[in-house]
Every structure is written in structure tokens, then in C-alpha cells.
Ligand binder design. Sequence first.
Ligand SMILES: [Fe+2]
Ligand SMILES: [Fe+2]
Length: 414
Amino acid sequence: MLNWDNPLGKRDKTKKINTLFDAYTQSDALNNTTTSRQESNIQASINAKKTAEQQANSNRINLDTITAKAATPTAATQNSVAPVKASDKRVVNGLADVNQLAPFKYPWAWEYFLNANKNHWTPLDIAMAQDVHDYQHTLSANEKHVYENVLAYLTTSDILAMRNIGLAVMEKMTAPELQIYQARQVYEEALHTWTYQHCIETIGLDQSEIYNRYRVVPAINAKIQLANKRLNSVMRHDIDLTKDDELNNFVMAYTFFAGIFEGCWFYNGFTPIFSLQRRGLMKGTSEQLQYIMRDEVMHASFGIRVVKQIIKENNVKLDPQALRDMWDESEAVERDYAHYILQEPLLGYSADDHIEQFRFIANRRANQLGFDEPFAGAKNRTPWLDEQANLRKEKNFFETTVTEYQTGGVLNWD
Ligand SMILES: [Fe+2]
Ligand SMILES: [Fe+2]
């Protein structure tokens, strides 16, 4: 069975199918090999430049002192002519110069950035004319309800995702290789918002009504408010991550956004529209969502890896009850959302299927995070959807116009 975490599909069918998560989280050896070459080249050029600068400007003001992140003088800033050491870097609360990319401590983060840039797409690349016809002449009232409300939820969510990573997370990272992928992620979240806007505009929906829907539909509002609560708890100027309780809260918030908001809600959030695609309807929109889904898999995977690194570096102990509550409250709002969106099943895909699928994916994310499964025994209710999504992905990325945007060689997501 194909796996949604491998949305591009594996070409080598003789190998056991791993998830995209596995590929990214278990390929340290490969990443280290690749990046150590890049690292030494970059480091050599930095060292040569530094030597030349020091000879020509023995009395110049030390730039490292100006650019060092630490507010108070430390051994690192006082001895600032010394090159940054990878071992000095930390995900948060680091004291190494944040304006020096190399040496890398987290070469895998750089690999995420390089991989994200191997493909570029815009919503204008995908034909939407048939979707306009489908919406106006073919969709039932129930199907229009699904389409509009899923878009209304997604478009608000992607703005929240952009604000989270760009305003609350990036500023707290103290290794530039992490920030650089997150900067790409900020762009991708904006691209996703453009995509929804393009769909809404092309179909001819009432924009102000769609964008306001999360305020007036309780089932959508509850999910947004749950995310807002997490975001607001870490988007404060007075936050101090050297304090255990603040760091713990930040880790919980990042876990929520990577593991649940992106890893479950986004990942599973496209399925109602994929159900329309399965009937041959709204295929342009579905193709747009497949591109978004690929990005979201990487966002969730990267975020989970960062969370695990923070936990390791700082010996963070998360409260098991707080984690249990996080899964439960996320499931509760997802349940209400599913019943609102899927008031009637679409090709047999019901609200109960959507909820069970949330639980199944939540277990997968918990395993990737190294936590206990929150919903033991949950079943995969959409294997047909996994297969369909993977087949379409392969076609999209290897045979259609998107490949024209590739830079840096052939795609290799493995
Ligand atoms: Fe997104
Ligand atoms: Fe995302």
C-alpha cells in the first residue's frame, strides 16, 4: 500500500516503502556526507577571507561583536575573532554568531532548504476552467458546502501557519541553517494562501463571505482558536526561553503546529476535496492541493525534527498529561469540524472516516515525535485516497509543466 507520507511515490518497487518523514529523519549519514564537503569548502573560503580582512584592517571594529546575538558579553563575543564552531550552535538559546551559516551543526536543515528549492510552482500553472464548470453546473449543494468550507478553513489556517513560523518561531532559532529553511516555509505558506485565493477568485465565490466564515461557523472557529491560543502563548516580546517553563511551552506549541496543525489537520484536511476529485470533479483545485500537501509534509517533518532536537539539547521533559490533553482537544475540535464539513458522505467518505483518519495520522506523528500513540488501534480509513494521491503526484511532478521549474538536477525526495 502506498503511503501518504511519500506523496511523490517510490520508483523502486522492490524496496520497502519508507515515508518521506523516514527519508528526512533517518538519513543523517547521507546528509552529513554531502554537507561536510560543502561545509569544508564554505569554511575554507570564510577562513581565507577572514585572514585577508584581519591583515588589512588590524584596527577595524570587530563586526562579530556588533552582530553577535547575545545581549550580554560572553566568552564567545569577547573572543570574537575566533571562527564560529558548530559545537557552539544550539537550536534555541545559542551564543554563536547567527550571521554565519557555516560550519553547520544541523546539515539536515540545509538539505531541507535545498530540496524545497528543487521545485517551484504557482497556482497559475494549473488549469481551472473545468473547475468553474463543475462548480456552476455539476456540484450538488452538499458538494458545494464541502468545497467552500474546506477552502474557508484552509485559507485561514495557512495565514496562521505563516504567522507562526515567521513571527513566533524563526526569531527564537539561534542557528541560521534552521532559519533559512523556515524562511522558505514562510514563503510557501504565503504561496498556499495565494493558491486558495486563486481558487476562490477563479470559481467566483464571494471572497469576503468565504474569508469571514471562520468567524461565524463554530466548527471552523474552534480549530482556529485552538491554534491561536498556542500561537499567542509564544508570540510575546517578553518570552525568555532560558526559563524551563517558557521553553516547555514553546516546545508544546511547536509540537502542536508541526505534529497536529500541519501534520494532521492539513495532511488530512484535503481529503474531502480529493473525494470530489475521485468523482472526476474539481480536479484543478485538487491538483493545487496536492502541491500544497507536498510542502506540508516537509513542514511537519522539519518541525518534528526541530522539536526533537530542542528536547535533546535541553533535556526537556514534557508533561504526559499535557500531551494527552493536546491530542484530546485537537481530536474534539476535529470531530465537530468533520461533522460540519461532511454532513453527507462523499463517495462513502464520511465524518466518522475523517475522524478515524485523524486518529490514525495522529498515531503516526506521535511515533515520529517519539511519543506514545494517543489513539491506539486507529485504522487507516482512506487507503484508496493514499493510492490516488500518490499516483497523481508522480504524474504531476515528473511529467507536467512543474518540472520546468526544477533547478539543480533531477528530483530526488528519497
Ligand atoms: Fe501551508
Ligand atoms: Fe505548512
